[in-house]
Write a protein that binds this ligand. Structure first.
Ligand code: ADP
Ligand code: DP6
Ligand code: CO
Length: 339
């Protein structure tokens, strides 16, 4: 028997990935950019056991057995076996996978990103796979390829049909912008009605606005965002982040039938942040929402105490369903491993 445990963090996109050009290989319509969060706060922890005694592959997610007949799991497994350098018999054994997320699963907080990054990274260790594994993590869940690296990460859409150039690379390490913080506001921890996968498929099939976004908005925005991160230009970074989040949710409404992820509380948070930025006379906080109602705020360390008290005032405990994790620093890290 061989056992390995790994931990992988979530990442929060500031240029959103939404829409695929190839469903099976998980090839996106556009480049996306995110920051990978500190490993302790929101992560997936996955243990993989391989044994010659296991009759079949099995997986438990948050203590509940799920089917392994999931093409995303089997595609990742197949790709990793193809790249394996191991001389050991482990490659021929079945595996049992146990994974737990320490934050809400399928609630728009990037559980698929942490989950598949962890699964692929752990298997890569088990099978002794060297080199880039982001294109394999991508085949588990698109956003997962960005969680393989720490700091600021770009997932390149790529142009090749086989997807070999659709990989993630680090723009700069987190140490490049050490004052950056993320505050997560859990507005709703319940499972979303529309999975990201199904909803973005419908958007790609029905939204003309998405077509326009891909062609005319994202390429220029991506370049500007990379420059803002390199220059540590918070105002530009924050403005693009909020606009991209708003555009992604507008595309969701332009989808037919429409998809709605943000709720009343989400919009109260949006107003609150704009009012706060106006009051401060410059943009101090950026909000962004993934495929769910939960808000992620990007801000600098010096503003965290004031913003936290603002949120506490706006959402006093017990009257609203808002919890918060205080100022999670974006840190550079390697995915951790244990044998
Ligand atoms: P989210 O917004 O949380 O990423 P998605 O709809 O994109 O939600 O993906 C949720 C799915 O990701 C889950 O139903 C499950 O299939 C998969 N997933 C989540 N966490 C893990 C994990 N730790 N290990 C393996 N798969 C996971
Ligand atoms: C809104 O990576 O969860 O979070 O590739 O189908 O698994 P699949 O989708 P997923 O989509 C994430 C969408 C997003 C934006 C982002 O993270 O870039
Ligand atoms: Co996801």
């Amino acid at each position: 028997m061989k056992i390995i445990t790994c931990v992988a963090p979530v990442n929060i996109a500031v240029i959103k990935y939404w829409g695929k050009r190839d469903e099976e290989l998980i090839l996106p319509l556009n480049d996306s950019i995110s920051a990978t969060l500190n490993i302790e706060h929101m992560c997936a922890k996955t243990t993989i056991m391989a044994s010659s005694n296991f009759k079949e592959n099995k997986i438990w997610l948050n203590g509940k057995e799920e089917s392994f007949q999931n093409p995303r799991l089997s595609n990742c497994l197949k790709e990793l076996k193809k790249r394996s350098q191991t001389q050991s018999d482990v490659i021929n054994w079945n595996i049992h996978v146990c994974s737990e997320n320490n934050f809400p699963t399928a609630a728009g907080l990037a559980s698929s990103a942490a989950g598949y990054a962890c699964f692929v990274y752990a298997l890569a260790k088990l099978y002794e796979v060297e080199g880039d594994v982001t294109y394999i993590a991508r085949q588990g869940s698109g956003s997962a390829c960005r969680s393989i690296y720490g700091g600021w990460v770009q997932w390149h859409a790529g142009a090749l049909k086989d997807g070999s150039d659709s990989i993630a690379t680090q723009i700069v390490p987190a140490s490049h912008w050490p004052e950056m913080r993320v505050v997560i506001l859990v507005v709703s921890d319940s499972q979303k009605k529309n999975s990201s996968t199904n909803a973005m498929k419908r958007s790609a099939a029905t939204s003309k606005f998405l077509e326009y976004r891909i062609k005319h908005i994202v390429p220029e925005r991506t370049e500007k965002m990379i420059q803002a991160i390199k220059d540590r230009d918070f105002e530009t970074f924050a403005t693009i982040t909020m606009k991209d989040s708003n555009q992604f949710h507008s595309v969701c409404l332009d989808t037919f039938p429409p998809v709605k992820y943000m709720n009343e509380t989400s919009f109260i948070i949006v107003d609150l942040i704009h009012t706060y930025n106006e009051f401060r006379g410059s943009t101090k906080v950026a909000y962004t929402f993934d495929a769910g109602a939960n808000a992620c705020l990007y801000l600098l360390e010096e503003d965290v105490p004031e913003v936290i008290s603002l949120i506490q005032n706006a959402f006093p405990t017990n009257t609203d369903h808002v919890e918060y994790f205080r100022g999670i620093p974006v840190t550079e890290q390697e995915l951790s491993e244990e044998l």
